[in-house]
Design a protein around this ligand. Structure first.
Ligand code: ADP
Ligand code: ASP
Ligand code: MG
Length: 475
């Protein structure tokens, strides 16, 4: 019997109808003889609202913060009542939800009194989203006849203490999964836990960073050596670009770990960038599936993808980036200059996405705009510094860029009407990236999609769905 980790994102648990669909998908798996471990996100948009409540409170807007919390309380209570029909179970769940919101309100009042929001308290506040959603989902599963057992993810996923982007401690997670999840599975239970939330070794709540529930799913899958890690979301899989930007986007049927990691890192929100790591370590396939269309095959992410006739598999976009230009004649024939520049980014713990150098200048792109003034101040000790925000990085990914000539010419011909600020190709051999103004991003993606996905390879892309779209009467 195969153990499968099934992670359901915010839209897959957003309301009673979505939670019922999720329960039906899991029940179907149990009926097939699979052994699921379920990881759920907070209900859609709840994490954003919790962060907003925390920041209102820390600015002294106690009433505003408590109003957000009160709306969230009603939404969770209503969802629970709509799902759980057994009066005793329903009352117990509502009491539990009330207790959680009472303690959240205490924290918000405290924040409004001390007027300071630390990363540690921010993690504690957002943790309520997954702590409560996982309870509602577990109770629903039980009522639908699935032998669910709620597990507090913070007891299993142990991290360091870098709040808001904590780093998992693999060996401890493996041990905890063996102690806490394995016995449940062996007793025929379906463990249900929240994604994204974790704790440090002292038991203090941490989180894995935004979108981190995918990562939880992968960590659990890795720790239990699962036969598959399934990421259930609101689209048919990894598409040739964000379908919200370009409705002609096609499902990619199969993609390599390396390609998927590159896409996730460069902004394809469908997958958290760290999801691939635990899967690669144990060579566990990752599937991206649609909880609104569960019979669709989704995308299969595996170590070696089959050859594709077209150079690219997908286009990702990362927005809200800045370009920093560091200009100094000193660079000419000096060594150690670049390391001084990078040391400054390191000091500010600021990751750099792209780098381009000339004899007298270095251009770098970063996405943490709040740190920029301090970084620029330090860099100005070395050279002249300019920085500009509102940039977007477009990243075209595909194993088959390797060895094909004339690709760059085709890419830049397709976006000849758009001003390109920086270009990078070669670092990974499977990605070609360039920097443009944020306002041009959608247009660039649509033009590139039209140019490169005209004749998609049916072995790799779901061309049947495209034909269906073309045949469907327009509404
Ligand atoms: P979840 O809440 O399930 O984690 P997310 O919102 O994090 O879902 O990710 C799914 C969304 O990712 C999709 O609705 C889609 O708009 C966006 N997306 C961006 N790029 C892609 C892509 N290449 N393929 C599929 N979806 C993408
Ligand atoms: N709820 C968290 C977020 O919105 C984690 C996730 O859904 O993956 O970032
Ligand atoms: Mg997500």
């Amino acid at each position: 019997m195969s153990l499968v980790v099934m992670k359901f994102g915010g839209t897959s648990v957003e309301d009673p109808a979505a939670i019922n669909r999720t329960a039906a998908i899991v029940a179907g798996r149990v009926a097939m003889g699979n052994l699921p471990v379920v990881v759920v996100s907070a209900l859609a948009k709840v994490t954003d609202q919790l962060l907003r409540a925390a920041s209102c409170a820390a600015k002294g807007d106690r009433t505003g913060a408590l109003a957000i919390s009160s709306r969230l309380r009603s939404r969770h209570r209503d969802t629970a009542c709509a799902l759980i029909k057994n009066p005793a179970e329903s009352a117990a769940l509502v009491t539990l939800i009330d207790q959680k919101f009472d303690s959240l309100d205490e924290i918000l009042r405290g924040l409004a009194a001390i007027l300071e929001l630390t990363p540690r308290i921010s993690d504690l506040v957002v943790s309520y989203g997954e702590r409560i959603s996982s309870r509602i989902v577990a109770a629903t599963f039980c009522e639908r006849g699935i032998a669910a057992a709620h597990v507090d993810a913070r007891d299993v996923i142990v991290t360091d203490s870098q709040f808001q982007k904590a780093v998992p401690q693999d060996s401890i997670i493996e041990k905890r999964a063996a102690e806490m999840l394995r016995p449940l599975i062996e007793h025929g239970k379906v463990p249900v836990m929240g994604g994204f939330i974790a704790s440090n070794e002292a038991g203090i709540t941490t989180t894995l960073g935004r979108g981190g529930s995918d990562f939880t799913g992968a960590l659990v899958g890795g720790a239990l050596s699962a036969s598959a890690i399934e990421i259930w979301t609101d689209v048919d899989g990894i598409m040739t670009c964000d379908p919200r930007v370009c409705p002609e986007a096609l499902r990619v049927k199969v993609i390599s770990f390396e390609e998927a990691a590159e896409l996730a890192y460069f902004g394809a929100k469908v997958l958290h960038p760290a999801t691939i790591l635990p899967a690669v370590k144990k060579n566990i396939p990752v599937l991206v599936l649609n909880s609104r269309n569960p019979t669709n095959d989704g995308t299969r992410i595996i170590s070696l993808a089959p050859h594709c006739k077209s150079p690219f598999k997908s286009i990702a976009v990362k927005k809200k980036l800045s370009i920093i230009d560091v200009v100094a004649s000193r660079m000419l024939m000096t060594h150690g200059y670049l390391s001084e520049i990078f040391a400054i980014f390191d000091k500010h713990q600021c990751p750099v996405d792209m780098v381009s150098t000339s004899e007298v200048s270095v251009s770098l792109t970063v996405d943490s705009n709040d740190k920029l003034p301090a970084i620029a101040a330090d860099l100005s000790q070395l050279a002249d510094v300019k920085y500009e925000g509102k940039k977007a990085l477009v990243c075209m990914v595909g194993e088959d860029i390797r060895g094909q000539s004339g690709i760059a010419a085709q890419v830049f011909a397709a976006i000849r009407h758009i001003n390109v600020r920086m270009i990078s190709q070669g670092a990974s051999e499977i990605n070609m990236s360039f920097m443009i103004e944020e306002e041009d991003a959608e247009e660039a993606v649509r033009s590139l999609h039209a140019a490169f996905f005209q004749n998609p390879d049916p072995a790799i892309f779901d061309v049947e769905a495209q034909k269906g779209q073309l045949l469907a009467p327009s509404s």
